[in-house]
Design a protein around this ligand. Structure first.
Ligand SMILES: [Zn+2]
Length: 100
């Protein structure tokens, strides 16, 4: 399955798509994504069977748009998010925590 960029409608193999994820935020439960094609920046939440696109609002992350990705799974860790789809596995690391 190919996963689309919501901005330019380029479509990516899971390896390309999840390789472009960065900065897992455990508190908001979201990762950052930068489109390898158009450079668009999105915030998204990896959910079982789908990706949720949205924006941070205070201490919560609001999901606005959902893209179904059948078979998508995730496991939340302290310092990283593990994403699994079919035989593929990707790890998105947390950015070192900023002093508040
Ligand atoms: Zn794009």
């Amino acid at each position: 399955m190919l996963i689309p960029c919501l901005a330019c409608e380029a479509r990516f193999l899971p390896d390309e798509y999840f390789g472009a994820c960065s900065d897992y935020d455990r508190g908001l439960d979201r990762v950052s994504w930068t489109c390898p094609s158009c450079g668009n920046h999105d915030d998204l939440r990896v959910l079982p069977g789908e990706l949720g696109f949205g924006y941070p609002h205070g201490r919560r992350f609001h999901v606005q748009d959902r893209v179904r990705v059948p078979g998508l799974r995730r496991q939340r860790g302290e310092l990283r998010l593990d994403i699994t789809l079919d035989a593929g596995n990707w790890k998105v690391r947390s950015r070192p925590r900023q002093p508040v």
